[in-house]
Design a protein around this ligand. Structure first.
Ligand SMILES: *[C@@H]1O[C@H](CO)[C@@H](O)[C@H](O)[C@H]1NC(C)=O
Ligand SMILES: *[C@@H]1O[C@H](CO)[C@@H](O)[C@H](O)[C@H]1NC(C)=O
Ligand SMILES: *[C@@H]1O[C@H](CO)[C@@H](O)[C@H](O)[C@H]1NC(C)=O
Ligand SMILES: *[C@@H]1O[C@H](CO)[C@@H](O)[C@H](O)[C@H]1NC(C)=O
Length: 496
């Protein structure tokens, strides 16, 4: 068995050397080094896979250790129905500039824009004030990334804006407490879902996130987001992979030890007791994992700035529930939005209150006859712990309450769900700028700063969406940080 493997391996290396002569030549100086690897990359999500593949393409010997049994991190494409669905990241947000979009285009993968339009339904079956809510929503969208002089919790800030707008344009509506209350409740859920935040009042009005130009929702549809990783790893279309990159899946890292000595190595220990040494290491685990493990993961322990960043930045939870139906029963559209009447919420039993925290469903592009329910924050953590049967029945009840008055909604035939919070290798979905962010404006840079040895060379580097100052929470943001850190390890002449 081991002999067969090693034969296969040298065979692969042989062909790869023949095929990638130039890249291989670049690595020769390092090959004379007696260390086993130049760089160890911890975690193969978007950041880690970008870092590992960038270095390997430049001929560096890279070991990538991934705790889960798959590549992708918080991108997770699974087969479902007649296609695939995304349990993690679903869209490419913006196209110019966007590393993820570029990867698709350069490999002739056609990604498709998905168009969303608010379509309101009410729990009590009354006619929703759709035109007014869309008008308010449009007006408010200019304030999602505004930065008022005095930072406020996002909810308070937008609530002020709503009152201001109504005062100017529809003063009589100011006394319609039910409308204002229901709309604000909807916005809280909708915006929290978008940011994976615990509440819109946990988000800051002075968020440092910046959109990328171009269509904000490009879908990998039936290719699946995993195609991005196949492209990075040179495996797309039966590509040969990257000869100087070793990948070990299901390999959890338990310790990263390094020293400030200029001749020192970085030693990485895994849960099975193995140790690996390299010149340097790039840590790309999620902020949720850092929060939980950093005290024991690093030797010596992280410095004060990093610890503060890990503590103060928030990672939220977003839970996706995808149901498969025997046929499409919903009207045309890709998004359906739910306005809850307060009485209807009160009438829910305690064990089903969480369905009132679902404000939206969308239709994925990767598989026919499927619907995704979005839920975030504490209710999402609760739902992760429930059984598929319970969740499926409550979601069906929700659909019938809001959308089933004129149409018979059939029983779903399958369900699949995410588990980003209960998963010990993610412990959350993605980070957002919470109300503390304006007080800690450099937290993300601090988190991403490399730890250097006494000669100033970077030894322990950090990448991942949480370290992206303006593109956090996205796959392209994560990929940018992986590229950023890889470049720190390549001399200028070798950079792509
Ligand atoms: C670094 O690792 C190499 C190869 O494992 C070893 O020969 C060398 O002694 C190590 N250096 C230190 C300072 O431990
Ligand atoms: C993409 O398509 C163009 C035009 O057909 C072709 O020249 C190019 O080689 C293709 N690229 C890849 C990576 O397949
Ligand atoms: C969940 O929904 C209930 C009812 O609308 C609301 O009171 C509560 O704040 C929501 N919880 C979260 C965490 O959004
Ligand atoms: C049901 O049909 C009526 C009449 O066509 C329409 O006005 C109403 O919006 C529909 N309700 C739902 C929940 O689809």
């Amino acid at each position: 068995m081991s002999q067969l493997q090693s034969t296969e391996m040298s065979y692969t290396v042989f062909f790869a050397v023949a095929l990638c002569g130039a890249a291989w030549a670049a690595s020769v100086p390092h090959a004379s080094n007696s260390q086993s690897y130049d760089t160890i990359v911890i975690g193969l999500g978007s950041a880690g896979t970008t870092a590992a593949s960038t270095l390997a393409r430049a001929g560096r010997r890279v070991l990538a250790l991934e705790a889960q049994d798959r590549v992708g991190g918080r991108v997770h494409t699974v087969p479902f129905g007649d296609g695939v669905v995304e349990l993690g990241a679903e869209w490419i947000h913006g196209t110019n500039p966007n590393r993820v979009y570029d990867a698709a285009v350069q490999n002739n993968v056609t990604v498709l824009p998905q168009y969303f339009e608010l379509a309101f339904y009410r729990s009590d079956g009354e006619e929703p004030k759709s035109a007014l809510m869309k008008e308010l929503f449009n007006y408010l969208s200019q304030f999602f990334h505004a930065s008022p002089l005095v930072p406020l919790p996002m909810g308070s800030y937008l609530t002020d804006r709503i009152h201001h707008y109504l005062e100017q344009k529809y003063p009589s509506l100011l006394s319609d407490r039910d409308f204002i209350d229901e709309f604000q409740n909807f916005l809280d859920l909708y915006i929290s879902d978008y940011e994976a935040a615990y509440s819109w009042n946990d988000m800051s009005s002075n968020c440092q996130f910046r959109n990328v130009e171009g269509h904000p929702y490009m879908s990998w549809h039936r290719y699946g987001y995993r195609t991005f990783f196949e492209i990075l790893l040179n495996k797309y279309n039966n590509g040969p992979g990257l000869p100087t990159l070793d990948i070990k899946l299901s390999t959890e890292v338990t310790r990263v030890a390094w020293s400030r000595a200029a001749d020192g190595n970085v030693t990485v220990t895994t849960a099975d007791g193995a140790t690996y040494t390299a010149d340097n290491v790039i840590v790309t685990v999620s902020l949720g994992v850092l929060k939980e493990t950093h005290e024991t993961l690093f030797s010596p322990q992280l410095n004060g700035e990093k610890r503060t960043a890990i503590e103060k930045i928030s990672i939220g939870v977003k839970h996706k529930i995808v149901l498969l139906f025997p046929h499409v029963w919903w009207p045309e559209g890709q998004e359906f939005d739910f306005i809850w009447n307060r009485e209807d919420i009160k009438n829910l039993a305690d064990d089903e209150k969480w369905i009132s925290n679902i404000s939206q469903i969308t239709t994925p592009m990767g598989a026919s006859n499927t619907v995704t329910f979005w839920i975030s924050g504490r209710p999402a953590i609760l739902v992760e712990s429930l059984s598929d049967d319970q969740v499926e029945q409550k979601c069906l009840q929700l659909l019938r309450k809001f959308m089933g008055r004129n149409v018979t909604i059939p029983e779903p035939t399958a369900i699949v769900r995410s588990s980003w919070h209960s998963n010990p290798f993610t412990r959350g979905s993605y980070t957002y700028d919470n109300v503390l962010a304006p007080q800690y404006p450099t937290a993300r840079e601090d988190l991403g700063a490399p730890l250097t040895d006494s000669s100033g060379r970077p030894r322990v580097l950090f990448a991942g969406e949480a370290t992206s100052p303006n593109h956090f929470g996205t796959v392209h943001g994560a990929s940018e940080t992986g590229y950023r850190e890889a470049l720190k390890l390549l001399p200028k002449s070798e950079k792509e």
